[in-house]
Design a protein around this ligand. Structure first.
Ligand code: MLT
Ligand code: ZN
Length: 476
């Protein structure tokens, strides 16, 4: 599950001088030097665009207490700290556009933290549905922080295996570009083969190209029936076989297939004081999987699940695929089983400071990669979205410390990196779903080659030649 900040998704760096050069080769350091601190003039101007209730600023005449800006300046992992003095809460696309005309800028990777003193633009006041077609499932919405953040970060999550990525379900976007221009691509067409698909550039752009103010998206109907089961498996190698069986037995009703290693499972048990499976049954199991089904008819889904369970139990025993398992029998049990997967990140954050790596590797390599990292640092959790090849590595440390940074990087990236096949043993991605943010901007080359990065830079310059949108994020 990708956690998206519900408030700050876009920050706005300060109005630059108009003499800024537009060149494809402007370096990040040059961009930095072009930005000014927020001034009293800026606050006066924002006050002419927005009501006072939509402005938080430590500067006069607003004088918001600095602690009221804390939630915008700190990420939940407490790894990144920002220094913004101003948060703006526009209510409409026009207000966003007016702010950007003046400013002439915007998770888990520090992508939503104003690392310098950027202006934060919070879209919490904007949410409202413009239209919904129940037949096609087409929803058009003025974005909320949540949905804008989801689209801007291309949030993946627990059910991507079933519903696909936002690159497929988002049909249109409305985006305010850095100079205030409104790019209106709020199409609701499923098929539209008319040249470049500009909206795709903004999906996963992490607020570096423009501010998403509207979205039309294909929404599937909520399933009538859902079930889940948690299985313990003697060895990691069994996970792939169970996945294969789950796909063939459950077919279109398979909506999640999540992997939990032994360390992650034990941590959640300690954190919650609960056990999902009887300890004597779990024994020395090395891996756990959580399987969810979502369908239209309970009886139909149950029949499929029973067939899966039969074939899994037929394979259990001394050399079997599974050690034990439990199938939820009620909504409460359904939620409890999910909690053994969903609470891993929270449990980790209660134990210490967490280094998060979110990688795409071949599913057969999940354990090998986790063990390789374990050989360098002690406490490592390996879990994630097995169904779509997304492994989460959470390294728990007493504190964020240079010695741990050095043990992890560039080791993890070299292990995963695709653009450097000489080093990268796995043809993977250094970010499967969390994005690049500020944390991985320096490591982009492990997943994107020289040509790709050069074109990314050119695209950034086409939209944001002044480098005001979420500076320092994604591309340095
Ligand atoms: C999850 O799937 O639980 C999160 O994306 C992983 C994390 O927070 O590291
Ligand atoms: Zn995740």
């Amino acid at each position: 599950m990708l956690r998206v900040r519900t408030t700050t998704i876009v920050s706005c760096l300060h109005r630059p001088a108009t003499r800024l050069l537009s060149t494809t080769n402007v370096l990040a350091s040059q961009y930095k030097s072009l930005h000014n601190a927020v001034t009293l003039d800026d606050i006066a101007h924002f006050s002419s665009i927005l009501p006072k209730s939509s402005i938080l600023s430590t500067l006069p005449p607003i004088n918001t207490p600095p602690e009221d800006l804390d939630s915008y300046n700190n990420d939940w992992m407490t790894r990144y700290k920002g220094h913004s003095q101003c948060v703006l809460k526009p209510r409409s696309t026009k207000e966003v556009s007016d702010i950007l005309k003046w400013c002439g800028n915007t998770g888990l990777v520090g992508g939503g933290v104003p690392v310098r003193d950027e202006v934060v633009i919070n879209l919490g006041n904007m949410s409202n549905v413009r239209s919904f077609d129940p037949v096609s499932g087409m929803l058009r919405q003025l974005v909320s922080c949540q949905i804008g953040g989801n689209v801007a970060t291309n949030a993946g999550g627990l059910r991507l295996v079933r519903y696909g990525s936002l690159h497929g379900t988002v049909l249109g976007l409305e985006v305010v570009l850095p100079d205030g221009t409104i790019l209106s691509e709020l199409s609701t067409l499923r098929k539209d083969n008319t040249g470049y698909d500009l909206k795709q550039l903004f999906i996963g752009s992490e607020g570096t190209l423009g501010i998403i103010t509207g979205v039309s998206i294909l929404t599937p109907p909520a399933p009538n029936a859902t079930s889940n089961l948690l299985l313990s498996l003697p060895s990691f190698v069994n996970v792939t076989d169970v996945f294969r069986l789950a796909k063939s037995h459950l077919s279109e009703i398979l909506s999640a297939f999540e992997y939990i290693d032994r360390q992650s499972y034990d941590l959640v048990c300690r954190h919650t004081g609960k056990k999902a499976l009887d300890e004597s049954e779990v024994g020395n199991s090395e891996a756990f999987v959580l399987i969810e089904t979502s369908g239209a008819r309970k009886e139909h889904d149950e029949a499929k699940l029973e067939a899966l369970l039969e074939s899994l139990y037929a394979s259990s025993g001394a050399q079997g695929l599974i050690t034990s398992g439990t199938l939820s029998q009620s909504a409460e049990q359904f939620a409890t089983l999910w909690s053994f997967r969903e609470l891993i990140a929270e449990a980790a954050s209660k134990v210490g400071k967490v280094y998060k790596y979110d990688v795409s590797v071949p599913i057969q390599k999940f354990k090998e990669v986790t063990d390789a990292v374990r050989s360098r640092v002690v406490e490592v959790l390996g879990y994630g979205h097995f169904g779509d090849g997304n492994l989460h590595l959470n390294i728990i440390a007493e504190a964020y410390a240079p010695v741990i940074d050095a043990a992890l990087e560039p080791f993890v990236y070299e292990l995963i990196g695709e653009a450097r096949p000489v080093f990268g043993r796995y043809k993977g991605s250094i970010s499967a779903e969390h994005g690049i943010g500020v944390m991985k901007a320096h490591a982009l080359h492990y997943s994107k080659g020289d040509v790709s990065r050069a074109y990314m830079r050119r695209i950034k310059d086409v939209f944001d030649d002044r480098g005001i949108m979420n500076p320092g994020k994604v591309i340095e």
